[in-house]
Design a binder for this molecule. Structure first.
Ligand code: ZN
Length: 286
């Protein structure tokens, strides 16, 4: 397992940690300010959300590169099924493709996919997962042509109804195997997998070829908001070292992306403080 106690070159900031995944939260730093703040502290990479990029993908990508920072990924695809997905299958495909185009423009190697919840008119996960497989297979062909890899992120089962019918690493590996595309893999997020006692075995099943990303935060034992009250690493009950050990044993050695959605705590603080604390905690407890 890699030793991060004196080295945070594998650390990437997901800008959701500064509230940039939603309107009206955080201090509102521009992508350029984020790049400069991360580069000054020696971060290795940054992961943006689509709403920050607009039509500026190429310029932002160049700005990051010249600051010595990798654009490690882009969040995220539209929901592909379920009550929060775009209105019909053509709208879903078009938006999925434009998210892939944006990742390509940013030269982000990975686009994260959050699949969406249970398709209206159906019950349980299976029918929705079948639809997801079809829509992802189509997108893999498109993404292949522009050199983008797609990372399926299984979410915690609490989101099963509306945000993700994909709730276990087991089902995500099955989905990758069913689609069988060379540019489809997984993003493993501590928030969504920390409870799973079968995690190490499923990661081994996935193997290094399927693990595209690793996301860090913590699970607060008294979570007040299931979406927007994630903990900073070290403040919760997830076995961060144990999980990273399992991810690395399975062959992953890429960036570790800190992604803390925290509307009542970290999003209210000065981003300079947040960026400093992320570095400290990454070295001390991850
Ligand atoms: Zn994540």
């Amino acid at each position: 397992m890699r030793d991060f106690s004196n080295d945070h070159s594998a650390l990437a900031l997901n800008t959701a940690t500064l509230g940039h995944n939603l309107d009206g939260f955080g201090a509102g730093w521009s992508p350029e300010q984020v790049i400069d703040g991360c580069a000054a502290r020696g971060y290795g990479g940054v992961v943006f959300w689509r709403r920050e990029i607009g039509a500026n993908a190429i310029a932002i990508s160049e700005r990051a590169k010249s600051a010595g920072l990798k654009v490690a990924g882009l969040c995220r695809s539209p929901f592909l099924v379920g009550p929060l997905a775009p209105k019909d299958k053509d709208a879903i495909r078009d938006d999925f493709r434009s998210s892939i185009d944006m990742a390509a423009g940013l030269t982000a190697p990975i686009l994260t996919i959050v699949v969406g919840g249970v398709e209206p008119g159906t019950k349980g996960m299976r029918d929705s997962l079948k639809l997801v497989a079809e829509r992802v297979a189509d997108a893999c062909e498109y993404a292949e042509k522009v050199g983008v890899r797609l990372a399926l992120e299984p979410l915690h089962p609490v989101y099963g109804g509306d945000r993700s019918c994909l709730v276990t690493v087991r089902d995500a590996v099955d989905l990758c195997n069913a689609v069988n595309a060379t540019n489809l893999g997984l993003a493993i997020d501590v928030y969504h997998v920390w409870w799973d006692t079968d995690l190490a075995a499923q990661l081994k099943r996935a193997g290094e070829n399927l693990i595209y990303g690793f996301h860090l935060c913590d699970w607060l034992s008294e979570t007040r908001d299931i979406l927007l009250d994630r903990g900073m690493m070290g403040d919760g009950v997830a076995d961060l070292r144990g999980i990273r050990h399992a991810v690395e044993e399975a062959g992953y050695n890429g960036v570790c992306e800190v992604e803390v959605f925290s509307k009542d705590n970290w999003w209210k603080r000065d981003p300079n403080e947040v960026l400093d604390v992320v570095v400290e905690r990454f070295r001390a407890v991850c």
